[in-house]
Design a protein around this ligand. Structure first.
Ligand code: GLA
Length: 388
């Protein structure tokens, strides 16, 4: 595969010069959903699937991009002078946004580059193909241009570019999980302080199965920013009566005690999810440390219910995948993952039940929804790296 990418790069951009190849993973969040912009905890892991990039500096200030995933778009050309946030989004807004963000952070690049990408994460599936491209671009810039920047900073730059260049108010989870990924580990991250801890996630006789609903989701066009606004409004109201920095500071008890200060019922429900989900995430990691995978699974299930009923970001496709999973013997836990409104679910499934899971959930999904889901048995992988 690596040779095929280099060959295609030669065909499109010419051979010769210092051509380098890189990889950045996608991510799946195990628990802690819609908590990262509420000062709460998340527990994602990087994957072994992700985005490959082949890059070379140019002598001029041109930027040329090509994606094997959007072949029909051909080579898309731009330049260092044309790095402006653009509402007419095509995929190049992600690498462009990161180049722009490097400039804003005092790391302007002094020449253009050719960049070819290939991703094996399903696009728009909620496994962070966009954050993967952002972190990959940052990693490439760091290596090609020799900038001193840590992986954690790359995560923050990726988020900054997504917020400011692409207009999506995402939290830090995706970029952090990708930039800081570690094989066989998940990352327990406190988004209020960016303090984090790696927790071993090697399941003895179970696997992580991702079920992709094939209902596409675009974050910008979705209700993501609206949910964020509802949480901000809830925080402003409850924050007036109790001194807190974010909803993540609240225990369930404190929330119950002061919740009436949130006047709007919808905002109150959103806040309830944020508070309870944060506490569930802390408890889930404790359970994992005690090897109590059963409790971990129950907390995953409760997370889905809360995302369905209080946060209202699931929808029939994700609910079907999860409900069908819950019916099966060997399923330890199952929930939607990522922003929601389509995308994927994540399930922990006993090894011997994985084939049945794929068959039975797949069959029921097709019957109920009318088109097929896709399934991936995945592993927790490392962060970005240079391959060649
Ligand atoms: C998207 C965002 C993340 C996070 C999740 C929901 O993936 O990019 O920052 O908010 O949704 O947990």
């Amino acid at each position: 595969m690596q040779e095929a990418l280099i060959e295609r790069f030669h065909e499109l951009f010419g051979a010769g010069g210092d051509i380098r190849m890189y990889f950045a993973p996608g991510r799946v969040n195990l628990i802690g959903e819609h908590t990262d912009y509420n000062g709460g905890h998340v527990f994602p892991c990087a994957l072994t699937i992700g985005t490959y990039g082949v890059a070379r500096k140019r002598a001029d200030r041109k930027l040329r991009f090509y994606s094997m995933n959007f072949k029909e778009a051909g080579v898309l050309e731009s330049s260092l002078e044309e790095l402006k946030p653009d509402k007419e989004a095509d995929w190049t807004n992600y690498p462009k946004g990161v180049i722009w963000a490097f400039g804003k952070k005092g790391m302007a690049i002094d020449c253009g580059m050719d960049l070819l990408l290939f991703g094996n994460i399903p696009n728009g599936s909620g496994l962070s193909s966009s954050a993967s491209v952002e972190v990959l671009t940052g990693f490439i810039l760091k290596d090609l241009f020799g900038f001193e920047v840590t992986n954690q900073e790359l995560a923050l730059i990726g988020q900054y570019s997504e917020n400011e260049f692409n207009g999506v108010n995402c939290g830090i989870m995706d970029q952090f999980a990708i930039a800081m990924g570690k094989a066989d580990h998940a990352i327990f991250l406190d988004t209020a302080t960016l303090k984090y801890e790696y927790a071993p996630f090697e399941l003895k006789d179970a696997r992580i199965v991702i079920s992709c609903s094939n209902k596409k989701r675009g974050l910008g066009g979705s209700k993501y920013n609206e949910r964020r606004g509802e949480c901000e409004s809830a925080f402003a109201q409850i924050g007036e009566v109790i001194g807190i920095n974010s909803l993540g500071d609240l225990s369930e008890e404190l929330f119950e005690q002061y919740k009436e200060s949130i006047k709007d019922e919808v905002c109150r429900k959103r806040a309830r999810h944020a508070v309870y989900e944060n506490q569930r995430t802390i408890r889930a990691v404790e359970a994992l440390k005690k090897n109590d995978i059963r409790l971990f699974g129950e907390l995953m299930n409760a997370s889905h219910v809360s995302l369905r009923d209080d946060y209202e970001v699931t929808g029939p496709e994700l609910d079907t995948l999860v409900e069908e999973a819950w019916k099966l013997e060997g399923v330890i836990g199952s929930r939607m993952t990522g922003a929601g409104f389509g995308g994927c679910t994540v399930s922990i499934v006993k090894e011997e039940a994985v084939n049945d899971f794929i068959e039975q959930v797949g069959k029921a999904y097709k019957e109920r929804i009318g088109y097929a889901a896709d399934f991936y048995v995945v592993e927790a992988g490392d962060g970005p790296k240079r391959l060649l």
